[in-house]
Design a protein around this ligand. Structure first.
Ligand SMILES: *[C@@H]1O[C@H](CO)[C@@H](O)[C@H](O)[C@H]1NC(C)=O
Ligand SMILES: *[C@@H]1O[C@H](CO)[C@@H](O)[C@H](O)[C@H]1NC(C)=O
Length: 260
């Protein structure tokens, strides 16, 4: 049996199938983490919804426009990436990171009087590239900031059903922090300065990111959940800016101590 040529063949097929399954799972994970799009629209006749034109796909990642209705029950505008609808679009969503320095990939046609351009940026100021000449172009802002015209957050996943046999994890450690080994020694960022001061007064369980495997997926949650508190220090400190550094510990049942 072992010499039968069918087995290597089957194994090859199985390998390909597994790889494909992996890709699909990764795609779904990415897809679930996309920002929740919101459409705001002036009241118009139902058959004539305002058109919202997505000029660039954020990070070139695509999603199904019907998700707006399916997941968020938002159905009051027509979201599209069809650039031929530009002259009729009420709003044009322009993803900051995709704008070229010379602005040459922005809409070239004259802007209709009724049309609003929406500056779409989910990065913190530290991670946002300055582009000369865009200051006067936009009518609305879309970002994580609460004072944006359109305020959005990356989607958070919340467990709806509580396990019957859920056992509160043992809190063996007081205060934890996952951090890069070299960062801690050499980095002079605000959070490291804060940490160096803090350890003079309280024990911090530093978990080095070098042992990456043990900190992925469920392992991450299991590991963090044995800490009472976690140092949720963002790499750049900006108003309203939070990342999974904050959400992660919360989801694990650990109290985040936030610098951000
Ligand atoms: C949008 O902003 C541009 C540039 O400042 C301006 O010319 C245009 O009138 C504004 N459009 C609307 C609908 O407010
Ligand atoms: C957490 O991860 C670190 C680094 O991999 C490991 O040394 C530690 O034992 C883990 N702790 C728990 C409770 O899983």
């Amino acid at each position: 049996m072992a010499s039968s040529p069918i087995f290597p063949f089957l194994r090859a097929i199985l390998t390909v199938a597994l790889a494909l399954a992996g890709v699909v799972v990764l795609f779904i994970m990415y897809y679930m983490s996309l920002p929740s799009p919101k459409c705001y629209s002036a009241p118009t006749h139902q058959t004539n919804k305002p058109i919202m034109l997505l000029w660039f796909w954020p990070e070139n990642k695509m999603f199904d426009f019907r998700d707006c209705k399916r997941f968020f029950n938002i159905d009051s505008c027509h979201l599209t990436d069809d650039r031929s609808l530009y002259p009729r679009a009420q709003a044009v969503l322009i993803f900051h990171r995709a704008i070229q320095d010379d602005l040459s990939n922005l809409p070239a046609l004259p802007r209709p009087r009724f049309q609003q351009w929406v500056w779409f940026n989910m990065d913190s100021p530290t991670n946002t590239r300055r582009i000369a000449g865009i200051e006067g172009l936009f009518n609305l802002t879309l970002s994580y900031r609460k004072d944006a015209d359109i305020h959005v957050r990356w989607k958070l996943t919340v467990k709806k059903e509580v396990d019957e046999d859920f056992v509160l994890p043992k809190k063996e450690r007081l205060l934890c922090w996952i951090v890069g080994d070299s960062d801690l020694k050499t980095n002079s960022g605000e959070r490291y300065t804060y940490y160096r001061e803090l350890v003079k007064h309280v024990r911090v369980d530093v978990i080095y990111r070098t042992s990456a495997e043990s900190l992925k997926g469920e392992n991450y949650f299991r590991n963090i959940s044995s800490c009472k508190f976690y140092l949720s220090f963002e790499d750049s400190i900006h108003r309203d800016y939070i990342t999974e550094t904050f959400n992660g510990p919360l989801a694990a049942g650990t109290v985040p101590i936030v610098l951000g």
